[in-house]
Write a protein that binds this ligand. Structure first.
Ligand code: HEM
Length: 395
């Protein structure tokens, strides 16, 4: 048997689904075909992107991450980033739809909206977007509106988009079944979302996997004891001593390059640095110390790939924000400042979403680095590749 291209990628099916709600056959208007085709193309790329992120999360979140897993993590994150970049390029194409073109068929959309793109919501969830960020977004949205209560109808979408979509799906199924209509597409969507949520519930987010991996990063010559080691255990105390010593040395080096008291205080707050009044738990403190260590000694061969992982995650965050910005600029070009079909206040809301952040610490750490020539050699440095300079130790 020979296999053909059209069979392998199921081209017949792929090219038969641009019919909107009317079907069968393509929608009549070229403008509407443009609109549907671009949405579908982005959803396919989202699918690939989510697969890459889940692969990276799986590798990083394992209890043991071997050295040779690092290039794989970098590969998966690199592909995820490229996928996101490709979706951003789609908006340049989409915005060639003029406002009048869109008006020709906008009524057909009814209340459907990209806000219901559950793959995009899964992406936010899988990355690990925190509830604090969502609440802050809502606070800022209400502050921007002349009548804050105008945000109310859209609030469930701001605070819990996947939950809001699930409620809409359930209501839709009930309505359809009451009218004897086929609800298979809604049931498929419900099942898809549930599967995605279960996956994140059991496997965690990219952020939690990254933290787990960072927590175990060797710092100087110390590796943390296995999970569940009691805090009065000697190995635990020794690791904590080395890490805090490293951080304290760092701060002293910072002072030598002119950090003022205010900056030192802010750095101590961010790093915890073993301070009595620190609000950080040990897990967070060690994760941040690991970030500091990797970003500082980035040119040691054994830290080059971990640094690359961080770089890819920073890029992912940047691209997610660019995606939101490119989408907002495209939307304003097509609908101006009208409200969206999904019930949001439109542009004001979309612009605020650009500030959502999943990994702010990865940026914060970059604001407190000391120059290359102020770094010092630490015990066990040879294990990371080569020596940098004089050995005056952090031990
Ligand atoms: C002419 C084209 C488009 C216009 C005018 C437009 C407009 C909007 C508006 C106004 C919103 C806010 C929610 C609402 O009230 O509906 C929104 C949300 C959204 N749209 Fe679009 N959109 C367009 C195309 C796209 C495309 C191609 C995608 C890709 C899948 C997309 C994905 C999204 C997503 C993910 C949201 C939720 C954003 C968030 O809540 O963070 N949109 N869109």
């Amino acid at each position: 048997m020979t296999t053909t291209y059209w069979e392998y990628i199921q081209l017949d099916q792929l090219l038969s689904i641009q019919s909107g709600l009317e079907g069968p056959g393509d929608v009549a208007l070229a403008d509407e075909l443009h609109f549907i085709g671009i949405h579908q193309s982005i959803e396919i790329i989202f699918k690939l992107l989510l697969r890459e992120l889940r692969a990276a999360r799986g590798l990083l979140g394992a209890n043991y991450v071997p050295e040779h897993a690092m290039p794989e993590v970098v590969k998966h994150l690199g592909r995820a980033n490229e996928a996101l970049r490709v979706t951003i390029a789609h908006f340049r194409y989409m915005e060639l739809l003029t406002p009048l073109d869109f008006m020709e068929f906008r009524a057909k959309l009814g209340t459907s909206s990209g806000a219901q793109s559950f793959q995009m919501r899964e992406l936010e969830h899988l990355m690990g977007l925190g509830q604090d960020q969502r609440h802050e977004l809502l606070r800022r949205l209400r502050a921007r509106l002349a009548r804050p209560e105008d945000a109310d109808p859209f609030t469930p979408f701001v605070l819990d988009p996947l939950g809001a979509i699930q409620s809409q799906i359930n209501a839709h199924i009930t309505r359809k079944e009451a009218q004897g209509l086929d609800a298979s597409v809604d049931k498929w969507s419900r099942q898809h979302i549930q599967k995605a949520m279960d996956d994140i519930e059991t496997q965690g987010t990219l952020r939690s996997a990254l933290e787990k991996w960072l927590f175990r990063t060797p710092i100087c010559d110390s590796t943390p004891p296995p999970p569940n080691t009691p805090i009065d255990d000697q190995a635990f105390a020794e690791d904590q001593r080395v890490v805090r010593h490293f951080v304290e040395d760092y701060i002293q080096r910072g002072k030598s390059v002119g950090w003022n008291d205010g900056h030192v205080q802010a750095v101590r707050q961010f790093l915890g640095a073993g301070q009595q009044d620190s609000k950080l738990d040990w897990h967070t403190e060690r994760v941040r110390a690991a970030l500091l260590f990797i970003e500082t000694y980035l040119d040691l061969p054994l830290l080059a790939l971990p640094r690359m992982v961080l770089e890819k995650v920073v890029e992912l965050e940047k691209l997610a924000s660019l995606f939101r910005g490119a989408h907002a600029r495209m939307a304003e070009r097509v609908i101006g400042n009208r409200p969206g079909t999904g019930g949001s206040p439109g542009l004001i809301y979309l612009d605020l979403t650009r500030d959502l952040r999943v990994f702010p610490e990865l940026i914060q750490i970059r604001g407190i680095l000391i120059p290359r020539d102020r770094r010092w050699a630490f015990p066990g440095m040879e294990e990371f590749g080569f020596k940098l300079g004089q050995d005056d130790g952090c031990d």
